[in-house]
Design a protein around this ligand. Structure first.
Ligand code: GDP
Ligand code: MG
Length: 356
């Protein structure tokens, strides 16, 4: 058989079935039809997680990670650019921001928000690839002129599937004749979102991404929502994260990638598994090109030291030693090769034992 079901996988990795179901759902995997490749990935990830388990915790608040989505031309890029540039304009960092697929803003109170910035056409597939885990909240941008469009509905569907919080930003309110109130009504009539203006719990903010109107309000709402979500994470454990994008420098051929740290603290010199490969983190930079010694949960950072270019959605794990990283990497590569050549049987006999 080419598929396993959730019971078989849960039994094999001795993992709580309910938690596994959540994980599969967040990855968009049908629990009744888990492919060998998916099962293998999950098993290996769990394998690493066992090693991460016995550490003392230092659970603290982490900042929200936000993705902006919406129908084409409704103002996603304009909004991202405004947020990014507002930070440069304030002179808080002094640097020229580089587009590394994610950036952060700091409020005057010093609160941090990480934004994932993917090209529009990639946003959907990336969300699927990365699963719900890479973003805490979706800002659904809807133009006050064009109103609800097909991709608006797709975003709502995607958010529901992945159980990601939504915050609605009705954009282009500066345009004469804009009727954000009508868009609210439209959204209400769809019956998919329980909007605050109608007594629900999904916040709506009217903005002009072009002029920056109500940007402070938007940021406040994001932070307010994230407080309700109680985003807490262990800062002391070995780092875990996910790759947003990767690139090769045209001048010096150096490979780098942007990752979101999701758990623990990533440090320069850490030995990490990234995708199937392992490496030692050579440098960590934020989106303003500041060199960091370490990156905390919810930080989006660019790292170097990688030997191969990882793919968007690849998982990152730090390990205690180079040797462990090497062993796991080798096993992952071997497993993938075997799975690809279809020589391995996932289940042996009736005992539901997976073979590695
Ligand atoms: P995207 O496809 O969602 O990334 O949309 P863009 O950010 O590229 O915006 C599409 C068009 O709408 C561009 O011409 C923008 O200048 C314009 N636009 C975006 N936001 C606003 C806004 O708040 N007000 C006005 N008047 N135009 C906007
Ligand atoms: Mg765009």
């Amino acid at each position: 058989t080419d598929f396993v079901n959730i019971e078989q996988l849960a039994e094999f990795i001795a993992f709580d079935g309910q938690k596994l179901l959540q994980k599969l759902t967040s990855m968009g995997i049908n629990p009744e039809k888990i492919s060998l490749k998916e099962a293998n990935l999950i098993s290996l990830e769990y394998d690493v997680k066992i090693q991460h388990k016995n550490e003392k915790g230092n659970i603290k608040q982490r900042s929200p990670v936000v993705t902006i989505m919406g129908h084409v031309d409704h103002g996603k890029t304009t909004l991202l650019d405004y947020l990014r540039n507002s930070q440069i304009a304030k002179g808080e960092f002094g640097g020229i921001t580089q587009k590394i697929g994610a950036f952060h803003v700091l409020t005057p109170e010093g609160q941090r928000i990480t934004f994932i910035d993917t090209p529009g056409h990639e946003a959907f597939s990336n969300m699927r690839v990365r699963g719900a885990n890479s973003t805490d909240m979706i800002i659904l941008v809807v133009s006050a002129i064009e109103g609800i469009q097909p991709q608006t509905l797709e975003v709502i569907k995607l958010a529901h599937q992945n159980q990601v919080h939504i915050l609605v930003a009705i954009n282009k309110i500066d345009v004469p004749g804009a009727r954000p109130d009508l868009v609210e009504k439209q959204l209400k009539e769809q019956g998919k979102l329980d909007l605050e203006p109608f007594g629900g719990n999904i916040p709506v903010v009217h903005i002009s991404a072009l002029n920056g109107t109500n940007m402070d309000l938007l940021l406040e709402l994001i932070l307010f929502e994230s407080e309700l979500m109680e985003l807490k994470e262990d800062y002391d454990s070995l780092a875990e994260g996910v790759v947003i994008e990767s690139r090769r420098d045209v001048d010096n051929d150096e490979k780098s990638c942007t990752i979101i740290v999701q758990k623990g603290t990533l440090k320069v010199g850490d030995h990490i598994i990234i995708g199937n490969n392992y490496c030692k983190v050579r440098s960590i930079k934020d989106d303003k090109k500041n060199m960091l010694k370490q990156a905390f949960p919810s930080y989006a950072v660019e790292i170097t030291g990688i030997k191969e270019l990882p793919q968007s959605g690849d998982v990152v794990f730090a390990l205690e030693s180079e040797n462990k990283a090497k062993v796991i990497s080798q096993r992952r590569i071997k497993n993938e090769e075997e799975l690809n050549s279809q020589e391995e049987q996932f289940i042996q006999g009736s005992g539901s034992k997976l073979k590695f």
